[in-house]
Design a protein around this ligand. Sequence first.
Ligand SMILES: [Zn+2]
Length: 503
Amino acid sequence: MRLLLATLSHETNTFSPVPTKLDRFCRNGTTLLGGQAAIDFYRGTGTCMGGYLAVAEELRAEVVVPLCASAPPSGPVDSDAYETFCRMITDAVAQGGYDALWLDLHGAMVTESFDDGEGELLRRIRAIDPHTPLCVAYDMHANVYDAMVGNVQIVTGYQTYPHIDQRQTAERAARALVRVIRGEVTPTAAWGTAPMLPHVMAQGTHQAPNRDLQALCAAWEARGRALAASLFVGFPHADVEMAGLSAVVVTDNDPAAAQAMVDELLSAAWTERRAFMFDIEPLEASVRRAKALGGGPGQLPVILLDHYDNCASGGTMDTTDTLREIIRQELDDVAFFGIYDRDAVRQAIEAGVGATVTLSIGAKLKMPQLPVSSAPLEVTGVVQTISSGSFRLKGGLTPGLQIYMGTTVVLDIGKVQVVLLSRHIEPTAQEMLQVLGIDPARKKFVAIKSRVHWRADLGKIAREIVECAGVGVCTSDYGQLTFRKVRRPVFPLDPELRWNYPA
Ligand SMILES: [Zn+2]
């Protein structure tokens, strides 16, 4: 068996000012992965490509890997970069001779030219090769367009958020497609969408309603009712027509059953639309509440979530408002991860470990699509750690994956250890702090720019959780965002929307 495997993954926050050029897709900032280097990088990891490679190995298949490109969320993908990526994949498709095409795509990629980056890629692939069986593993945050389903035999989506089933999602797609190739099943898909933008802070599968919706999908697959069933919560920080919740179900030659399951998922999600919302607490009040919850020696920390500025949803990771409030209210024994500021990192390195420095940190990336802004914060502290920021993750979201945080500095400003970063990375695992000499389990407070993925590992040490509404392009206040292209009416932008499904 001969297989083509490729990854092209980007979650685009159309409100983000962070540019998305080709180098953002390079693993260490300089190397775009493909071929044997990609295979070596991903084999054995808890990623989609890791899952595809594992199934391919079981089948003793020959694999061709033209590209494995994934980047942290940010603004629309640069057109030249997108064209380069598409060409690398379509050139390989054009060589032909494959039994199947296995793709790992995000599903919410917007480029400077295309609102549906994945659909456009799939259209181009099908223009070259209309027939070779094709599967796609999508992220649960996919904003689904017709071309993302219509050109594909098997669609799977993550069933966990935090996404700890990336590897399994690809394995499910690959195994189902193998049954197609062997003629054991005839895939038929149905899909639909509900006019709702579930709030990211209410999408986690640690809680209802998404936990129950995903369990329904998994149960249908386990019982054989569906070859693949997926509920996509969608990515709301994208001003594109199809942003929002959708469902895709693939059955063995039973279109009516596929449609019935899509209908059941959509109507259940719509019924729970208010549970998919999130209540905002003012920043001053949330930090005061966190301070009161702070424990003593031997107690696990209070986790403060600076969730408006989560870089894994397109945040600049350099707004300072939550950190400023933590300092103002004099919380002590705090680890803050982190502020993205390459200049500050450079200045700290020039001063050296042990030196006392005064730095103006953060707020260097302007956010023109927000009505509010952040301001630089002047801090004085001791340079405690300088790290390459490179290590292999043992657990968390993607076990086994080599992580590149970029050159990283810990600045001890007295009551707070501030992590200064030179690459965008969401703090999800205790290891990310441990490699910097900080044991998060022993801190009184751990403040992180994360929304849900931190639960994959840092969640294990959370005694209390306090959400902090700082400043950032992942704002939970939709009133701060101007939507122009998203379909209307849509809940909650149109809170009184009545929608009867199926119509
Ligand atoms: Zn996601």
